[in-house]
Design a protein around this ligand. Structure first.
Ligand code: GDP
Length: 483
């Protein structure tokens, strides 16, 4: 690992001037912002009686702590700008897949060498000499799976809205997902080639759901595109770079790698194959890694064009071979010291997961109070679905009043919308620890299946008063468990 002269001075506890003088005595001419290698740093530190220890990979058992290490690495001395990671979201048929294809082809048109893009779960394109990484699974399924382990993979969400169709239920869901993850949104109004396209109406509708575009005095950028005719794609990519710059995305390539598994499967010939999106550090051939509840040694790596690579830097997706088993999407991958450590962490995780799966970590309204008593939670999260807008608003207003009334507990509405309870609602509930309340609506088949699998609590009402009383009873611990 490397650090600057200024940082080393601070670490040793001497002034930069003193340190620079000491370096000169050793024949090294360096200014305060210059990076020096570990060997030199250790020698000059020894001159001040300080012993420097080179950093080895952290042994981290808790996956949530890995998310923190990734975040912290952006502030490390060696941190440099990294490409943004983008997810495309939006209503079905609004053109997410087509847009991903159009973007994928922007580079090929420039005649870049290196073959056809493989579907490994993510790909990179180059714009103005800078890279952008796109997650290849449109929609928020990937998004929520990632977040289950606390991993934040997406830096920017591109919200696709068809210019002829406007804001639809899944547009709202996408907004809720992006907001829950605190990810900035860029709106891509698609299909502007159609004669029925009405971008102005789309912007108006977006404003109605709280997505205020720049034209309307908000801060959400909009780009008009046609994925089909490949119009406006460059503008969209430039906008992504602009938003990325505003967020100063950084990572430290000079450290042991940590990444997130985007996709994984067993290949008949090659065994377990996984796509990793490196979040910090550089992943190298022969690195020993833990990936979720499995481990291995990186035997081979391929980029998104199927080319063999030896290293993968931050924000780069690579397909890896060499894992013992298939990890899950959303699992963290981390480089560790040796195989013994890797095996140990993987085994412990496998056991812990089995235990957790049995316990099912979901919030039930009739058990909420227990969590409250032991100080585990202070916030009741809700997802509201109602048949009509009027009821939805009435419930939200009443809940806001109840929230003011309750002491020490917050009621947060994670998402509120009209329409049947969908699979996406259930997934959002599972990832945010929310309870789903349906007013005069029922779940569809997929939602029911998802609720059974995840254990998410769905409750139904047709009288607003009953809904409020149950929420109140849940918070105060007076709700009788369901039999
Ligand atoms: P997804 O469900 O959001 O992934 O949507 P698709 O990418 O599959 O697109 C749905 C339909 O809209 C397909 O028939 C596309 O050909 C069409 N489509 C997508 N983008 C455009 C566009 O820019 N203009 C027009 N006219 N049609 C488009």
């Amino acid at each position: 690992s490397v650090m600057t002269v200024g940082e080393l001075a601070e670490a040793i506890g001497v002034s930069a001037v003193e340190l620079i003088k000491a370096l000169i005595r050793r024949g090294v001419m360096a200014n305060i912002n210059q990076q020096i290698d570990f060997e030199t740093a250790a020698k000059v530190a020894a001159d001040f009686g300080v012993e420097l220890v080179e950093r080895t990979p952290e042994v981290v058992h808790q996956e949530k702590s890995l998310a923190e290490i990734v975040r912290a690495s952006a502030q490390e001395p060696g941190a440099v700008p990294r490409p943004p990671v983008v997810t495309i979201m939006g209503h079905v048929d609004h053109g997410k897949t087509k847009l991903l294809d159009a973007i994928r082809h922007t580079n090929v048109a420039e005649g870049e060498a290196g073959g056809i893009t493989q579907h490994i779960g993510a790909y990179q394109v180059e714009v103005q000499g800078r890279k952008i990484t796109f997650l290849d699974t449109p929609g928020h399924e990937a998004f929520t799976a990632m977040r289950a382990r606390g991993a934040q993979v997406t830096d920017i969400a591109v919200l696709v809205v068809a210019a002829d169709d406007g804001v639809m239920p899944q547009t709202r869901e996408a907004v809720a997902h992006a907001r829950a993850a605190n990810v900035p949104i860029i709106v891509a109004i698609n299909k502007i080639d159609l004669p029925t396209a009405n971008p102005a109406r789309v912007k108006q509708q977006l404003a109605e759901i709280g997505v205020i575009v720049e034209e309307y005095g908000g801060d959400v950028p909009v780009v008009e595109v046609s994925a089909k005719q490949r119009l406006g794609i460059e503008d969209l990519l430039e906008m992504i770079l602009l938003v990325a710059d505003m967020h100063e995305l950084k990572a430290n390539p000079n450290r042991p790698a940590i990444g997130v598994i985007i996709e994984a499967k067993v290949d008949q010939r090659r065994g377990p194959v996984a796509t990793v999106l490196v979040q910090t550090g550089t992943l190298k051939l022969n690195d020993v890694v833990v990936a979720g509840a499995t481990w291995g040694r990186i035997r081979a790596m391929f980029d998104d064009r199927g080319r063999k690579v030896r290293r993968a830097e931050p924000s780069m997706p690579v397909e890896i071979l060499g894992l013992e088993n298939v990890p899950e999407a959303g699992d963290y991958l981390q480089v560790v010291e040796d195989e013994r450590t890797a095996k140990e962490i993987a085994t412990q995780r496998a056991l812990k997961r089995r235990a957790e799966a049995a316990e099912a970590r979901v919030v039930k309204l009739d058990e909420f109070h227990k969590g409250l008593e032991i100080g585990q939670t202070r916030e009741l999260r809700l997802i509201l679905k109602a048949d009509v807008q009027g009821s939805l608003e009435a419930i939200q207003n009443a809940l806001a009043k109840l929230n003011d009334e309750l002491e020490g507990v917050g009621i947060t509405v994670v998402h509120a919308a009209t329409g049947a309870i969908s699979e996406s609602d259930v997934m959002l509930a599972a990832t945010t620890g929310a309870i789903v309340l349906g007013f005069n609506v029922r779940p569809d088949v997929a939602a029911r299946r998802a609720a059974e699998a995840s254990g998410v609590d769905i409750r139904y009402y047709n009288v607003i008063y009953h809904l409020l009383e149950e929420v109140r009873a849940g918070v105060t611990g007076l709700l009788a468990p369901e039999t």
